[in-house]
Design a protein around this ligand. Sequence first.
Ligand SMILES: Cc1ncc(COP(=O)(O)O)c(C=O)c1O
Length: 378
Amino acid sequence: MKNYYFDNSATSSPKPDSVYDVVDYSIRELNGNPGRAGYRKSLEISREIFKVREIIADFFNVEDSLNIAFTANATESLNFAIKGTIKENSHVITTNFEHNSVLRPLFSLRDEKNVELTFVNTWEEIEKEIKENTKAIVVNHISNVNGTIQNIKEIGKICKKKNILFIVDASQSGGYTKIDMQENSIDILCITGHKSLFGIQGIGAICLNTSNTIYKIKPLLEGGTGSFSKYERQPLEMPELLESGTLNTPGIISLGAGIEYIKSQGIENIEKHENLLIEKFIIEIEKLERVKVYKSITKKQGPVVSLNIENVDSGELASILDEEFGIMVRPGFHCAPRAHKAIGTYETGTVRFSFGYFNSEDDIDYIVESFKKILDEI
Ligand SMILES: Cc1ncc(COP(=O)(O)O)c(C=O)c1O
């Protein structure tokens, strides 16, 4: 049986060939420790890593590539961003569509630092919730449950006007749609490498816009940086401030190759293709009786959507899809519990379909035909 992968929100698969090639190359050939020695190999690795900082800076329009720190994933970036900047007794606005990698750090701050949280469903509700002590707005650009896209440009304008820190979780949007940190007035952009950016797992980044001086980020990790070895405290310079320990060279190199691939295809073409797939999928699947689709609650839909078949458990449906049709999807709650409260699936969970650049229109036809067979039988 052929396998069909529709779990690109969890991690993209497959990767472009160039990504497999550079990972192989980096493990074989770039196998020294970057920034820790002066021999030629170490310097070469440092140069390759610097190139990837430049690639990321160019791709997301980060002011200065040195203000990009590599992390393990979006979760680490978001912890750095949230716990490293938000102070005691402040007020934070966020959305009900956040992933646990935003929710849990925020709930820690609520419990440990008396930080007050306000949740909204969409970006339109944000401005009226701003208070005197509102210090940060943290927003998931694209929901990994139903593809809700928040208007980061409008939120950025509000943040700029009111001098509020703007933190964006771009886990689902980076690599699918163009994100410009300056145009959207984003102070901190958190990305993960292994989803639409086509890198391997274990690499992410946090990008800082330093023109906004309302915050100073505190490091959550301290340790060896390969520089300033005699300092007792963590260096204040970026990227060392947020980069302790040996970097993930193969991951970084893979992320660079992933972004180069996206540039070679044109990100607008990627977005167009994925939009075509999600539109076709929603139209066709909504025609089927007993199928309830949970789509974006704003005007714009990302390439991910949830659904349920009436009276069928989401886990059971995902198992049938996998075992009988080779269709790989994710059931359950997708690490975003409040999103399920917002869309009315907190008790049941959902089956999530998330499309990627390597999916085709034929794949959508196959899913719809498979659903027709399932619906005939249950
Ligand atoms: C919206 C969102 N934020 C954050 C994350 C966390 O990403 P990672 O597991 O790569 O840290 C995910 C992963 O699914 C996500 O969908």
